[in-house]
Design a protein around this ligand. Sequence first.
Ligand code: MG
Length: 202
Amino acid sequence: MKIICIGRNYAEHAKELGNEIPENPVIFMKPDTAVLKKGSDFYIPEFSDDIHYELEVVVKISKGGKYIQEENAGKHYEEIGLGIDFTARDVQSKLKEKGLPWELAKGFDGSAVISEFFKKEDFDLKNLHFSLLKNKERVQDGNTSMMLFRPEKIIAFVSQYFTLRTGDLIFTGTPKGVGKVSENDILEAYLEDRKILDLRIQ
Ligand code: MG
């Protein structure tokens, strides 16, 4: 299973980090060892003093393929959920300065938090609201209508380069409002008005 992630898929988030709006999806990957075990706390790794949460809609590939056309891409995923793309922002900033790949800042153990998955038919994917609370305060409020690249477009784009397989996950990018986590913070993520993630920071 591979985890493909999209950077800068919401204009307001690209701006808050001082990045340009991309012409094509910005792609990076996390290894399968990045997945945080269900029910586990998230431990701040020793190599970072600035771990950020990034709440994202996650798409699960149900049917693999290569060179998937955008108009057929909807047949390649049946379920969606939410995930947190934990990012060592201090590490990432140094890598970005040097023009180096982001994996050390993005792919570390526990950096991919993934909720349960739900049938996509039960939601309006073009107008899906999701939000993150930190210690009961709303810090991120997203809507898929604000995405620069929709899941179908992302699937078509990435499958030109990587064969997609059943079970692969796509983190579709975070809206604005990213921020730092500290020890004892509680993060809660909502898909529409349903809480589907609950996580303690250690
Ligand atoms: Mg992200």
